[in-house]
Write a new protein. Structure first.
Length: 540
């Protein structure tokens, strides 16, 4: 019975891992990059000055309100976000709703913390585009992307559970690595990357499902609040304690001085910082101002809120951050998933865990090929079309995606600054490069595909700091003396990635040369430790 269960779980683990492995790898790579989304934003906007936190809240708030009064006077909603930590390094203003003819109904701007002037930077998707891409998949309709990601995430959870059942000695095997043993070596690598971060993998997978639970279970909302968008809106307003927003009265009234509102906050929050100021119907008698605290202060992704009358500044209601029951659990899962609360070292740990997740999926995909190559070598059969297809898809998916991300960064520096739709073109370059990686993988043998794409990626990452120094005044020779660790850290990280891919390419080349020396054509991920004749059968 136990053997039957393990065999069933092995089949489930293998095939769910294969068919959804490429989607999961894409999600892991782009999601791991999102842990440093604001740092990537900064690198991709080299015109922006050094970020400053700790600027007085009333100074930033007044500058933001003044900017909105000048550029978005007719908008229904204003939001001013204060730079209190690395999640928002610059003051940001956002507006939404109806405006005067000729003005955009929605927009945002980043401000200089000292002068209040709008920052003039190049248009770019930045790190936020990579963050959104790991669950929206780009180009696809939002609902379709969410369901694809949801199915992949659900099967990832299945693969984790079935993997623990299949590998009954998984924790003992974690301390064992046997290089040069073919399939066993790849299984050891897969086990090690899985077990080392197993709690992280369970957390990130389960919390990802919770993140979009309202999309996946819409009938629960419809049963209690009615079908369609009206019922959904009532539900969300009730669950997330949206402040009462009266419709505009049509009667003009001056907006209260925001400093008068902020002066009341310490009596309720003490020294807790203000993160954002949300203004509804500015200039109307029914104006409301909602002051929110820092939802990234801890893993529970929720913040205190104070609602004020926007005309006389009276406090209307106070909404505490503490929640109970399922809502608190959901907020905790979302906070852990995004890790906005994490300091530098904890954020680095999350990123390393994400990279281990990438390695876990990649080694699983390679292991599938290695196992089947060994089987056909024993029977001396010709490799099937499916096996040859998976081999080449692995090359383009595993090695080609990092190369495409590097091309995204290159596009940020090389595309004309005033190109219309510049941010979209950066994404077009990423996916065009990835498409070329698939063409290249199809045109080359697997071993040449792995070797060449690793070399391309090594060059693309390693040369990025030189490109940055050539095209901007933010190269390592400027950023290091200035103590600009965001710009310098990005460049140094690119050098590290380039060195990693260069090492991998050199390792594959040594293996290939060693096999050729005895008259065999060896491939990069064929089992080491096998005889050269058997290695040759794995490579074509």
């Amino acid at each position: 019975m136990k053997g039957s269960l393990r065999l069933s779980m092995s089949w489930l683990h293998t095939w769910t891992g294969l068919w959804l492995g490429w989607v999961l790898y894409f999600m892991f790579v782009t999601g791991t990059a999102a842990y440093f989304d604001t740092e990537i934003d900064r690198w991709m906007k080299p015109e922006a000055p050094l970020a400053r936190t700790g600027v007085p809240a009333d100074q930033v708030a007044r500058a933001g309100i003044a900017h909105l009064q000048q550029h978005a006077a007719g908008a229904q909603r204003w939001i001013v976000t204060l730079p209190i930590d690395r999640n928002d390094p610059y003051p940001r203003v956002f507006w939404d709703g109806h405006q005067a003819p000729g003005q955009p109904a929605r927009g945002e701007a980043f401000l200089d913390a000292d002068t209040g002037a709008a920052l003039s930077t190049r248009e770019t998707g930045g790190g936020q585009a990579l963050y959104r891409m790991h669950w929206r998949l780009h180009y696809l309709p939002e609902v379709a992307a969410e369901w694809i990601v949801g199915v992949a995430t659900m099967f990832m959870l299945v693969a984790l559970v079935s993997g623990v059942i299949v590998h009954k000695k998984i924790f003992a095997d974690f301390f064992t690595f046997r290089p040069g043993k073919g399939q066993r070596s790849w299984l050891d690598a897969h086990n090690a990357t899985s077990v080392l971060t197993l709690p992280y993998q369970f957390m990130i997978t389960y919390s990802g499902l919770i993140f979009m639970m309202f999309t996946y279970m819409p009938l629960v909302i419809a049963a209690w609040y009615g079908p369609g968008e009206p019922g959904r809106k009532v539900f969300l307003d009730e669950v997330f304690l949206s402040p009462e927003a009266l419709p505009a009265s049509g009667q003009a009234a001056p907006l209260v001085d925001v400093q008068r509102v902020l002066a009341q906050v310490p009596a309720h929050w003490g020294d807790k910082p203000v993160r954002s100021i949300d203004v509804r119907h500015a200039g109307d008698r029914h104006a409301r101002i909602t002051v929110r605290g820092n939802f990234a202060a801890g893993p529970l992704r929720v913040a205190d809120a104070l609602v004020f009358d926007g005309v006389d500044g009276r406090l209307l209601s106070a909404q505490p951050a503490s929640q109970r029951g399922p809502k608190a659990f959901r907020d905790l899962m979302l906070g852990l998933h995004e890790a906005l609360f994490a300091g530098p070292w904890l954020r680095l740990l999350f990123a390393v865990s994400g990279l281990m997740g990438c390695a876990m999926v990649a080694t699983g995909l390679v292991l599938w090929v290695v196992k089947r190559r060994q089987r056909i070598e024993k029977t001396r059969q010709a490799p099937s079309l499916g096996l040859r297809l998976v081999e080449r898809l692995n090359v383009a998916a595993v090695a080609g995606l990092p190369l495409a991300v590097a091309a995204y960064f290159w596009a940020n520096r090389l595309l004309p600054l005033h190109l219309a739709g510049r941010a979209s073109w950066e994404m077009h370059v990423l996916f065009a490069t990835w498409a070329l990686a698939f063409v290249h993988a199809a045109a080359r043998t697997p071993q040449r595909g792995w070797l060449e794409q690793c070399r391309f990626a090594a060059l693309a990452f390693a040369l990025l700091p030189l490109l940055n120094a050539w095209t901007t005044q933010r190269g390592l020779n400027q950023s290091l003396p200035a103590g600009d660790w965001v710009m310098a850290g990005f460049d140094l990280s690119m050098l590290a990635l380039g060195a990693g891919f260069a090492w991998l390419a050199a390792h594959l080349k040594r293996r290939w040369d060693r096999a050729q020396a005895v008259g065999a054509a060896a491939g990069p991920f064929s089992p080491t430790g096998m005889s050269p004749a058997r290695d040759a059968g794995a490579l074509e």
